[in-house]
Ligand binder design. Structure first.
Ligand SMILES: NC(=O)c1ccc[n+]([C@@H]2O[C@H](COP(=O)([O-])OP(=O)(O)OC[C@H]3O[C@@H](n4cnc5c(N)ncnc54)[C@H](OP(=O)(O)O)[C@@H]3O)[C@@H](O)[C@H]2O)c1
Length: 251
């Protein structure tokens, strides 16, 4: 049972990490407010929901008003997607959509939730999902990793700005997680996971542990933290070619 949180809003709750987070929080007696585009899936999950395409400004404004009217005390911006491949081959529409979902919607959601917590003088937590890719040069995934670097920088800076006023802003950086994310990023191509890949249940537990500890930034798991150190010691060209080779298998 969570003593600290009564009601959580979760974006990207229809699959992967968000779905596992929803199950985990529901088991702890936290009321849920869920969103995603897949309305059938949302309906089947048995919690209040609002189907929304986060790439659409009008839809997400309605979503945020609905969510805040239920007075959440935990706000999780988890929705996001990537597309692997050479940057010059992304369409304008794909670029726009990734920026809208991964950055703009997350920024607006963070702004609305923060404003709500401050105005009501309520303690609250905002958790944003970034990625370990935010820490590397990420050839063939440049735009995706750039959006996740943005999420990290925004969140750690806001936490430094607002924690004293009762709002904690946390950022999670998972390594590879076995979800629909990878095949979506590979445009439907079947993908094999690297040995370091973790399952979505494990990722959800790591995120919950971070929330409980109110830890500003959490990179997981330890193997990725170790790799980050190793990578920093490698010549840049070697690190670049390792990542390029891994991502080439996905395009
Ligand atoms: N899997 C990984 O290896 C990995 C690693 C590091 C970070 N992450 C991050 O973890 C987060 C969750 O990803 P996941 O691995 O759980 O992937 P996933 O299974 O593909 O889930 C992504 C979620 O985002 C939602 N979403 C995507 N585009 C949307 C849009 N336009 N409007 C509304 N919702 C949208 C999807 O819902 P609908 O399809 O219903 O719209 C889905 O619920 C993402 O931010 C991702 O960048 C993933």
């Amino acid at each position: 049972m969570s003593k600290k949180y009564k009601c959580a809003f979760i974006t990207g709750a229809t699959s992967g990490i968000g779905e596992e987070l929803a199950k985990l929080l529901a088991n702890m007696g936290v009321e849920l407010l869920l969103t995603g585009r897949n309305e059938e899936k949302l309906k089947s999950m048995g919690h209040p929901y609002f189907a929304c395409d986060l790439a659409d400004k009008t839809q997400r404004e309605a979503l945020f008003s609905w969510a805040l009217s239920h007075q959440p005390d935990l706000w999780i911006n988890n929705a996001g997607f990537g597309l692997y491949g050479p940057f010059d081959q992304l369409s304008e529409q794909e670029i726009e959509s990734m920026v809208q979902v991964n950055m703009t919607a997350l920024t607006e959601g963070t702004h609305k939730a923060l404003g709500y917590f401050l105005e009501k003088e309520r303690r609250g937590t905002i958790l944003n999902v970034s990625s370990m890719s935010a820490h590397f040069a990420f050839p063939l995934g440049a735009l995706y990793s750039a959006t996740k670097s943005y999420v990290r920088q925004l969140t750690i800076s806001l936490d430094a700005e607002y924690r004293q006023r009762g709002v904690s802003l946390l950022v999670s950086l998972p390594g590879v997680v076995k979800t629909d994310f990878q095949s979506r990023a590979a445009r439907g191509k079947a993908v094999s996971y690297p040995p370091l890949a973790m399952d979505s249940r494990f990722a959800a537990k790591e995120i919950w542990r971070q929330i409980e500890r109110s830890k500003r930034e959490h990179r997981f798991d330890w193997r990725y933290r170790f790799l980050q150190r190793v990578q920093a010691l490698l010549p840049q060209s070697v690190a670049d070619s390792i990542i390029t080779r891994a991502l080439k298998k996905r395009i």
